[in-house]
Design a protein around this ligand. Structure first.
Ligand SMILES: Cc1cc2nc3c(=O)[nH]c(=O)nc-3n(C[C@H](O)[C@H](O)[C@H](O)COP(=O)(O)OP(=O)(O)OC[C@H]3O[C@@H](n4cnc5c(N)ncnc54)[C@H](O)[C@@H]3O)c2cc1C
Length: 368
């Protein structure tokens, strides 16, 4: 049976879902409210399970030449002294490579996966459900009917609100600073320095560039007016590679992170995937991996259900919930650990950090 499917949003989750649906034999429409010229800045870290899901989507070959492979994650205290290190190549052995790359490059790979077929400058404005189908109204006033609407429209999802699946996302209280640095110090490992309610992460991302990600817990402060100055204020006394990176930073992107926790991810013919369904703070760098896994499982379940959308969505949620909830719970745990005063936290991490942090990823080693 040919299902009429709409994917709303051409970010990571939407493009991955559209790819998986095409592989399963469907021809979804994909709409994106932004223009085609909008390319994401910054970098992204993809752990081994993200690579596995991209392989399942047949996108490992175009990914291979991009970015830098990450073999170790090194955790340091604020002065740059080692707390522990994780052998990520060992952790994800037989699963997939861990890689840091530019978001724009990842977006291009995902776009090739859908043959470039995205309708840009096209927002979904309204949605109405009736008799197992959905009537969708686009920004230009046009209307179309679909048997399945996949809401991949991010943490501030319109589809979530219109389908009555949930309200606004919950702020985590973190402010995040991201920069791509050229001409920084030599760096071969993913490296995190943990401060007092703040952390500074840097990793090589190919082309002799460093992707730098720093955060602070500051629920009640406004976003800083001068983010570079704020980075210096927060991390100016840090050791390791931080001073040389701070010197090389030119442009900083500032964001706040949110959590989305929902009782259900679908209603009638509407399903939420990616951040629209289960956004978390990016502490474990699992947002893209969860989106890719969502896509793989959606494709498999829709194909298996032979046109029974309701059965496919039920099976989908049963398979996806435990993994996404594990990521959310461990993210919260990691953020709580991060916010323990360093005098208590650092000795504990020296002793037990490797075991605790490895356990955070172990449930994700078996396939989705
Ligand atoms: C600071 C930060 C750092 C992160 N770092 C990592 C990392 O290193 N590794 C990792 O795996 N994850 C990371 N993540 C998480 C990851 O970026 C997300 O989980 C991932 O991008 C999935 O996003 P998405 O496609 O669901 O949503 P989005 O990326 O938000 O995409 C949603 C798309 O929908 C479009 N849209 C919205 N509304 C409409 C509408 N009404 N009609 C049409 N289109 C619409 C938007 O324009 C957008 O293009 C990070 C997140 C943040 C905030």
């Amino acid at each position: 049976m040919t299902l009429r499917i709409l994917v709303v949003g051409a970010g990571i989750a939407g493009l991955a879902a559209a790819r998986a649906l095409r592989l399963a034999g469907f021809r979804p429409d994909v709409v994106e409210e932004l223009p085609a010229t909008m390319l994401p800045g910054a970098g992204i870290y993809l752990p081994g399970n993200a690579s596995r899901a991209l392989r399942q989507l047949g996108l490992d070959a175009p990914l291979r030449p991009l970015g830098d492979l990450i073999f170790r994650q090194v955790f340091l205290d604020a002065r740059g002294r080692e707390l522990f290190e994780m052998d990520v190549a060992g952790l994800w052995a037989g699963v997939g490579e861990s890689r840091a790359l530019s978001r724009a490059d990842l977006q291009q790979v995902l776009l090739t996966g859908v043959g470039g077929e995205v309708r840009y400058d096209t927002a979904v404005r309204d949605l109405e459900m009736f008799d197992g189908a959905a009537k969708v109204e686009f920004g230009d006033g046009s209307v179309a009917e679909y048997d399945l609407v996949v809401g991949a429209d991010g943490r501030r999802s319109t589809i979530r609100a219109k389908a009555g699946l949930g309200g606004a996302a919950d702020p985590t209280g973190q402010i995040v600073y991201r920069a791509v640095v050229t001409g920084g110090p030599p760096l071969s490992d993913w490296t995190a320095l943990l401060g007092r309610r703040s952390s500074f992460v840097a990793m090589p991302m190919g082309g002799r560039k460093i992707y730098c990600y720093a955060d602070e817990t500051a629920p009640d402060s406004p976003n800083p007016e001068d983010p570079r100055a704020r980075l210096r204020e927060l991390f100016g006394t840090f050791g390791g590679p931080v001073p040389a990176i701070l010197d090389a930073i030119e442009k900083v992107q500032v964001a706040r992170t949110d959590e989305v926790v929902l009782e259900s991810w679908s209603r009638g013919p509407v399903l939420l995937v990616g951040d629209a369904a289960h956004a978390t703070a990016p502490t474990l760098a699992q947002g893209a991996a969860m989106s890719f896994e969502d896509a793989v499982v959606l494709g498999e379940e829709l194909r298996a259900a032979s046109g029974d959308v309701a059965a496919a969505l039920r099976a989908y949620e049963t398979r996806r919930r435990p993994r996404c909830e594990a990521v959310r719970d461990r993210t919260r745990e990691r953020d709580r650990t991060r916010d323990v005063p360093p005098a208590l936290r650092d000795p504990m991490l020296r002793r037990r950090g490797l075991r605790i942090f490895t356990e955070h990823y172990q449930p994700l080693v078996p396939p989705a």
